[in-house]
Write a protein that binds this ligand. Sequence first.
Ligand code: TEU
Length: 528
Amino acid sequence: MPGHKTQPWWSTAVFYQVYPRSFADSNGDGVGDLDGLMARLGYLELLGVDALWINPITVSPMADHGYDVADPRDIDPLFGGLAAFERLIAAAHQRGIKVTMDVVPNHTSSAHPWFQAALAAAPGSATRDRYFFRDGAGPDGLLPPNNWESVFGGPAWTRVDEPDGTPGQWYLHLFDAEQPDLNWDHPDVFDDFEKTLRFWLERGVDGFRIDVAHGMAKPPGLPDSQVNEIRVLHHTDDDPRFNHPSVHAIHRNIRTVVNDYPGAVTVGEVWVTDNARWAEYLRSDELHLGFNFRLAQADFDAAAIHDAVQNSLTATSIENAIPTWTLANHDVGREVTRYGGGDKGLRRARAMAMLMLALPGAVFIYNGQELGLPDVDLPDAALQDPTWERSGHTERGRDRCRVPIPWSGVAPPFGFSASADTWLPIPTDWAALTVEKQRTDADSTLSFFHQMLELRRERAEFDGSGIEWLTAPRDALIFRRRGGGLVCALNASDRAMELPAGELMLASAPLVGGQLPPDAAAWLVSAH
Ligand code: TEU
């Protein structure tokens, strides 16, 4: 790529995903907030991130921790209200950090005034048309209108009591019952979403992460699903609940609005597996960026990692788009645990961070990833993810990867909060993983991330938009950046490997007799 400096800022950016409930609590209520985040901006600047993606902070009853939005144009008091967000935007910008926020177009909270008005209105009333209200099937409408299931488990329909107290219509919710799906065929829905986008862009946000960007559009008539086996928190490409082609008109309309704010970025959560269909979201008049989750789903296996990387590069190349890389987020869990946990899991996670940061494109780091945090086995009583209840206690849900960040000290709450009663309990053995401990340890995962981000930012070896795979030993991977010439080697085998030719820049673990040990990666400056 001829000089990435001419590309938009987000094309090479390191985004840092902040789960605001769990980052830092300023007011001692046990839940993280925006002033807490603001007080830690120095940490993030030092770490070397370019932008924040903040999970939902708008007004919400928090049935799905903010993904149930009751007022999309105000900040929830739990997080400090609008004034706190305005302070945060200004402070982040002062440090050269961009701010992107989650927006949730597929559904609202059941507490949203539109939904409350719909409940108060009579069946068949136009007030209900902003959502999907339908008569039930079977005698007395006792059965849901179709066979769709909620992503969180159980039916995707809930029956309401009509204003006169009689059992009435059903409404559609692909997620929790507190998250009724919006009907995007209703003109109010886009009009209001446009207002929301402009409201935040006018206040200086640098872009949006668009929740369920492959949702929104529903097939006419809401036909039954033919998919036989539906798993909680998963769906396939033939699932009628998602990825209906008319979603693309919505994205084109969104892009038209965002184009009024040069530099603003949209990144869509697009759970679509087929490359051609996934790439449709990245056409030049739709999303700027799309999450590709292959790497976050791949095991620590050379062939699987190679396929995930190559697949993502191929998919983005269809529309000449910028690839994105992510190993963990608030839904899919933490990679240390996915790679086997313990010391092995951590070594693999460090190696994979190296691989990810060596790739061309935008990178997403999930808060706590830079500390090497694992998922946490939480007691039943602590679980809050609606998935736990909706699945009839068969799926423990996503709380395991949402535990608050350990900042300092030797016992919970580790400086996260003044209250010991944090919204999820923090394990005592995280004493070894605090920021305070890791900051002064040159071999810590935090120091390692700091070094990686600095090199990635400053060295010309990271230039260029393409990679070439080089010959590697069995169960190892080696690739080279086409532009700058950086070489990245990953050893996923069970024996040490010879490093490729070149000068060693950084390794995720100490070399052993000049060789790269198993579960490790290295960056080298190409010899030629
Ligand atoms: O997730 C949407 C979604 O489809 C995921 O539930 C996905 O199927 C699953 O996590 C794959 O493992 C988004 C948000 O990221 C999630 O936190 C919200 O709960 C959900 O939307 C509803 O807004």
